[in-house]
Design a protein around this ligand. Sequence first.
Ligand code: INI
Length: 157
Amino acid sequence: MKVLEGVLSAPNAKIAVVVARFNHFINDSLVDGAVDALKRVGQVKEENITLVKVPGAYELPLAVRRLANTKKFDAIVALGTVIRGGTAHFEYVAGEASSGLGNVALNADIPVAFGVLTTENIEQAIERAGTKAGNKGAEAALVALEMINLLNQIDVA
Ligand code: INI
């Protein structure tokens, strides 16, 4: 049986990390986690990491699509935090970010890691940005690296 599974080390990978400024006090920790994972686990070189900032999570898909279309990156990590408020705004922003990023990955044929927190409150977001529930930015970065290596394996299988 042939099993294809990506490893996490990708020393030659070029990665774009796209982050929303909205809720930046949470997102800054997601970026720190993502960059640390890329460099320390993935062996990605600092000069091969590009950080792109957008206003909010709603804007992530367009920026990610533009980056994907440059063909300069092997994967893109999208980071943001959408916290539920008293209105339906949460659903629109989170829904658009999620489906938009998924569409870009499929249409541009590039790994797009979904590192967007969608939480009920700020506490849940803090827990997922480097405290007791880990760092979802780091997790997303590692998924991006694994998918780069998996897709390369599929191409030569
Ligand atoms: N953007 C976020 O990234 N997180 C949020 O929680 C959020 N809320 O709650 O409003 C948010 N809104 C801004 C949105 O992403 C767009 O920037 C804005 O609607 C302009 O297009």
